[in-house]
Design a protein around this ligand. Structure first.
Ligand SMILES: C[S@@+](CC[C@H](N)C(=O)[O-])C[C@H]1O[C@@H](n2cnc3c(N)ncnc32)[C@H](O)[C@@H]1O
Length: 312
């Protein structure tokens, strides 16, 4: 299948990332960056960017990894591509204020974006490759953008796992919040919806994130977070690559400076809901065991995926 014949992008993803989800990520870009930066060492070690490389950052968001890539490719350049206008505005502003001159940004759906053929030495992504309508077509388009022998390195979420510290804690938070909201709303409220709205997009499970149950754009984005959690599927959709490797990487995610800050952040995703001080305090207790001098930190895991565009 060629890029020209691939299906159109899922409208709800573009809607989410140009609407409430993208706006929230742009507004809270420093916090999301802090949350995700635990994967940077593994990602950039695997990417092994050389000074002269031309780097493509897929789903670059506010451009944190594009800026790191640009610094590493001191004599080359980095290009971030993203579907979200608000996040690209943030990326351009952050890049200018950092004085980085060898990074640029393009708006587009990486599944069908007309990248220059063989225009890059390496493609990277920190959690920006899960949202395609057709993953195999998207990775074929990305492979085409790489020179023969060019490399791919990305990280994506592992399956939500109630045994993991982060999944368990966010699940507990979502359940408690749903209970507290139900107390306000009375018997007609829908705790499942409330729980979904506050479930971490990083850890949304199929049970809490059914697209049929929650058809709005934000819900679709959260569901898509888990689209590459199965290594067998990763291998399947990377058919245009060879030497595909999927390795688990343990990470610590940072959800706030303090339990109160973590609760504020999670509640900011449902701004139409308010809770009194007593209820907020009970939510803070969920995070208390993970409060450290360096913020609320929970153990989680991601997949690190590397692959190579065949040389011939
Ligand atoms: C989970 S965020 C990660 C952002 C960024 N990589 C980071 O680490 O902060 C996912 C990003 O993928 C982008 N995205 C979603 N679908 C996309 C698509 N089809 N093409 C390009 N970018 C896309 C979103 O707009 C968003 O910026």
């Amino acid at each position: 299948m060629t890029a020209a014949t691939t299906p159109a992008p899922v409208p709800s993803q573009a809607a989410a990332w140009n609407g409430p989800v993208g706006t929230h990520w742009a507004m809270h870009h420093e916090r999301y960056d802090a949350m995700l930066s635990g994967v940077d060492d593994a990602l950039f070690e695997a990417a092994a960017i050389a000074a002269g490389d031309r780097v493509l950052d897929i789903g670059c968001g506010a451009g944190a990894t594009t800026r790191i890539a640009a610094r590493l490719a001191a004599h080359g350049h980095a290009v971030g591509v993203d579907i979200s206008a608000p996040l690209l505005d943030r990326a351009r502003a952050n890049t200018a204020s950092d004085g980085i001159t060898n990074a640029a940004y393009e708006r587009g759906d990486a599944q069908i974006h007309p990248f220059p053929a063989a225009g890059y030495d390496i493609a990277i992504s920190r959690g920006g490759v899960m949202f395609f309508a057709d993953h195999a077509a998207a990775f074929t388009n990305i492979a085409r953008a790489l020179r023969p022998g060019g490399r791919l390195a990305f990280v994506c979420p592992q399956p939500a796992d109630r045994e993991s510290e982060e999944s368990r804690t966010l699940g507990h938070f979502a359940e408690l919040l749903a209970e507290l909201l139900a107390q306000d709303d009375g018997p007609d409220s829908n705790p499942a919806d409330a729980s979904f709205e506050t479930a971490s997009p990083e850890t949304a499970t199929p049970e809490t994130a059914s697209p049929e149950a929650t058809p709005d754009a934000a819900a679709a984005a959260r569901t898509a977070m888990a689209s590459l959690s199965d290594p067998a599927r990763i291998h399947k959709v990377l058919g245009a690559f060879e030497d595909v490797r999927v390795s688990p990487v343990p990470v610590e995610t940072v959800w706030g400076e303090s339990p109160a800050d973590a609760v504020d952040f999670l509640l900011s995703r449902t701004p139409d809901r308010t809770l009194d001080e007593r209820k907020r305090a009970s939510l803070e207790e969920v995070f208390r065991p993970y409060a450290t001098e360096h913020g609320v930190r929970m153990r989680a895991g991601v997949w690190l995926v590397t692959a190579v565009r065949p040389a011939a």
